[in-house]
Design a protein around this ligand. Structure first.
Ligand code: 7PM
Length: 296
């Protein structure tokens, strides 16, 4: 083996933040913890802070590499929660998790004041479905030196599923994510702090979602790791014709495909099952690489 090839083989992409990093040599699972009364999936069950903490510890045990804590439902048509309420929901939970959990914590928010409070409480990543679109969000992330997920959404949660339309959905999502990543890097966010997300279900029809998944590899050309969230979403239900509680099998198929097509982080409710699906995906891919290697 040449030195160059050794260097290339040793290279593993990673997501970094001020004090740490997540090695992305294989797809990692982001476990979802909702601290909301109205989330479509775990609705109400984990509203109490203690229940959210229990859920987070369980997901970490199941193999989550990062835990995403959210206090605002972004369900299509959902009314937003006010900043005080969001603050009351997420910050105490993040404080406890950052102190006691061995796994890094992400905060799912668009509000700069929540970003500041959550990162001060120990969150190492901001996951923003509005891609730092609110005034002050970019500054909050810069100051925190945290990792950052920039997601694509067409419209707003209240209306995004009313009539999604694109000329070319893959191109438009790609252009949007590139522009947002460029703006962040220009402002001083280190490129290795950024992960991009096509935003499945956020202003997309069934066909838009399926094309985006099929063509996921095209987004890799932007040079950033990809995060995808398909777990229990209506795109899964539109194919399998089952309600949210019955969407595990479809979600695992989607997670496996996304991983195979190049996603580095899979956002999921069912962490134990998703970790196993991705282990089979990864083992298959590794054998393939070893076979190629044996020919040289
Ligand atoms: C109702 C519908 C409630 C959809 C909650 C959801 C993503 C996200 C969400 C995603 C990133 C869910 C979604 N989805 N953040 N936050 N990517 N980065 O299924 O796909 O949890 S909310």
């Amino acid at each position: 083996m040449t030195q160059v090839k050794e260097a290339v083989d040793a290279y593993a992409p990673e997501l970094a933040w001020g004090t740490g990093r997540l090695v992305l040599d294989r797809p990692r699972v982001m476990g979802i913890v909702n601290v909301t009364p109205d989330s479509f999936s775990d609705g109400g069950r984990y509203l109490e802070p203690q229940a959210a903490l229990d859920q987070a510890f369980r997901l970490a045990e199941e193999g989550a590499a990062i835990i995403d804590v959210g206090g605002e439902s972004t369900r299509p048509g959902a009314a937003g929660v006010d900043a005080d309420e969001e603050m009351r929901r997420v910050v105490p939970v993040i404080e406890r998790l950052a102190a006691d959990l061995q796994v890094p914590v992400s905060v799912d928010t668009s509000r700069p004041e929540i970003m500041r409070a959550a990162t001060a409480a120990g969150a190492v990543m901001v996951n923003d479905v509005r891609a730092l679109g609110l005034p002050g969000a970019l500054e909050a992330v810069l100051e925190a030196d945290c990792a950052l997920c920039l997601m694509h959404m067409q419209g707003t949660p209240a209306t995004m599923q009313d009539n999604p339309h694109y000329g070319n959905v893959v191109e438009e999502v790609c252009d949007f994510l590139e522009a947002r990543a460029d703006a962040c890097v220009d402002a001083g966010v280190p490129p290795d702090h950024i992960v991009l997300d096509p935003g499945f279900g956020f202003g997309k029809t069934r066909e838009h979602n399926l094309v985006l998944l099929r063509q996921l590899g095209g987004l890799l050309d932007l040079g950033y790791p990809l995060l995808v969230g398909l777990s229990r979403k209506s795109i899964i239900g539109s194919v399998t014709r089952v309600d949210t509680d019955g969407r595990l099998a479809g979600s695992l198929a989607a997670a496996t495909l996304a991983g195979w097509l190049g996603a580095s982080i899979i956002r999921a409710h069912d962490v134990h099952a998703t970790v196993q699906a991705l282990a089979v995906m990864h083992a298959t891919r590794r054998e393939e690489k070893e076979e190629e290697g044996s020919h040289v």
